[in-house]
Design a protein around this ligand. Structure first.
Ligand code: ACM
Length: 531
């Protein structure tokens, strides 16, 4: 690890320093044994309803994946076959032929109670039937099926089996529509392949949004044709002065395509008006007097600002948002707005109102960090709350003010969901300005009741960001994300849930991570060896 930062870094005013029941009893397995079947309901995130039955269904060399005539069901079926073939060694043909046996994928528009993402999984002697109203629901059903198979199913070489699924019925719908994860690719760059690997991991836990923090003081990571120096100059370095990197438009389209194939929507973030040193260094004319400035390679925040009074600033903002919106099939475009400490309050309000209007002009819904409270929110705006237990009453009041104006919230409480925070004081990686975030703490909150005065209806969902001041590799990113990512995934999908039960389901995932080669933190708060 080339980079260790002790409590420095982001965090305005930051202090330094220092599922519900599965209903089916103890786990039948997980762990190391490839042949042991996890109990029905030993799934993360916890399903809404689990009705176990006696016995198991077994996938064999004769099992077919039956998808009917639907192209959407076929795409999910092919994805499932791709997951299962290497480890099972079974052919698992994907067929439109109907039959009472095998793994059956059904899309049924009449299943209105399953909504946009819900599903039912019925496992019997003869078959496993996955039913959903929409393709995303079938895809989530496949993630549940994966977790019900022995962990060795995740390996990429043939394993002995048997490939058993506990019998019974799971009916499952998410609590929140927005269940996100964010990667800061600005402070350290992560390649398309690294992001795809993370997308696959997010999908396993039913995360449906990938927020990419594409720009910051230390680097501009996405090509903008009309302002090419943003990448030829602004992408060359990173925190610590190492080499940078950026996504070409084709790279970015590939991330969007791949994420969509896993039913994740990509939310690009261009952070304005602060966190803009890389842009200002690329184009001196964006500075107040046209002066040259440097890209930042440190980790401090709050010193850079676009020049709110200059016309060229708005040419820049319009071009960037237009080109990013063109790359974005999804609904949302995030414009940052956090830690704009070098922008006066008046300038901030002026800038954010103009920038929000540009997002609307290009057909997207604006997302901004909750400092948007310092400006008038655009109709339909979404604010991402990143406060923590010590966030001031005044700042929380600002968030309530936004909600009073119809703004919906994505909740990312830093001392629960920030995956870059240290687990313990001894940890080499990570930051700690919001405190230490052991795994139990990451689960210790309820989005519906988290902010006093914010009704559940105002909560669009949750998101787990990973900031990369100290993180440079896939192994480091995974170590910080696993297991805490699953806490946020469950808070977004499931209603309720107690740590004492969740920790068992968490422990049951370890064999899966080992089979997948995922690096994770073996927290003493999780009974790894008891399941
Ligand atoms: C943030 O952590 N500055 C959103």
């Amino acid at each position: 690890m080339s980079c260790s930062i002790d409590g420095g870094g982001r965090g305005r005013g930051g202090r330094g320093g220092d599922g519900q029941g599965s209903g089916d009893g103890p786990a039948a397995g997980g762990g190391e044994s490839p042949a042991r079947t996890p109990a029905l309901g030993r799934v993360v995130p916890a399903p809404s309803s689990v009705e176990p039955a006696a016995g198991v269904h077994t996938l064999t060399a004769d099992t077919a994946i039956r998808v009917g005539e639907s192209d959407d069901a076929r795409a999910v079926g092919e994805y499932l076959a791709g997951l299962l073939r290497p480890s099972t060694g079974h052919p698992l043909p994907v067929t439109s032929e109907d039959g009472a046996d095998g793994v059956r994928l059904r899309l049924d528009a009449a299943e209105s109670a399953l909504g946009a993402e819900g599903y039912r999984l019925e496992s019997s002697d003869a078959s496993v039937t996955l039913t959903a109203r929409e393709p995303a629901g079938l895809f989530h059903a496949v993630q549940t099926l994966r977790q019900l198979l022995p962990a060795a199913v995740e390996k990429d070489t043939a394993q002995p089996g048997p490939w058993t699924v506990p019998r019974g019925t799971i009916t499952d719908v998410p609590a929140y529509a927005y269940r996100g994860a964010m990667v800061d690719v600005a402070r350290h760059f992560f390649t398309v392949e690294q992001i795809k690997r993370y997308v696959d991991q997010l999908a396993l836990y039913k995360i449906n949004k990938l927020h990419l923090h594409l720009t910051d003081d230390q680097g501009w990571r996405i090509a903008v044709d009309s302002w090419p120096k943003l990448t030829s100059v602004g992408a060359v370095t990173a925190v610590g002065g190492g080499s940078g990197g950026f996504y070409t438009k084709d790279d970015y389209r590939e991330i969007v395509r791949y994420a969509a194939s896993r039913h994740l929507e990509v939310i690009p973030e261009i952070d304005f008006p602060g966190h803009t040193a890389a842009a200002l260094a690329s184009y001196p004319e964006l500075n107040p007097e046209g002066e040259t400035s440097e890209i930042h390679t440190g980790v401090e925040v709050g010193f850079s600002s676009l020049t709110v009074g200059k016309d060229i600033t708005y040419d820049f903002v319009d071009d960037v948002i237009r080109e990013i919106a063109e790359l974005t099939p999804g609904e949302y475009l995030h414009i940052g707005g956090d830690e704009a400490d070098a922008t006066s309050q008046e300038d901030y309000a002026v800038f954010m109102e103009k920038a929000q209007a540009v997002v609307a002009k290009y057909g997207k819904t604006v997302v901004a960090w909750h400092q948007l409270a310092g400006a008038r929110p655009a109709p339909g705006a979404v604010a991402q709350y990143w406060g923590y237990d010590d966030t001031s009453a005044a700042e929380r009041a600002g968030v309530l003010g936004l909600v009073g104006q119809g703004v919906r919230l994505i909740l990312s409480p830093a001392d629960r969901t920030y995956l870059d925070h240290k687990y313990t004081a001894e940890e080499e990686l990570g930051l700690k300005w919001a405190g230490l975030v052991e795994v139990d703490r990451s689960y210790d909150w309820d989005p519906a009741a988290y902010l006093d005065g914010v009704p559940r209806e105002a909560v669009l969902g949750v998101e787990a960001p990973v900031w990369t001041e100290t993180l440079e590799t896939t192994e480091q990113l995974e170590y910080m994300a696993f297991p805490r990512l699953l806490s946020t995934a469950e808070r977004g999908w499931s209603s309720g849930g107690e740590w004492d039960e969740f920790r068992l389901r968490l422990a049951g995932q370890a064999g899966r991570w080992e089979a997948m080669g995922i690096t994770y933190y073996k927290s003493p708060t999780v009974p790894w060896d008891e399941v």
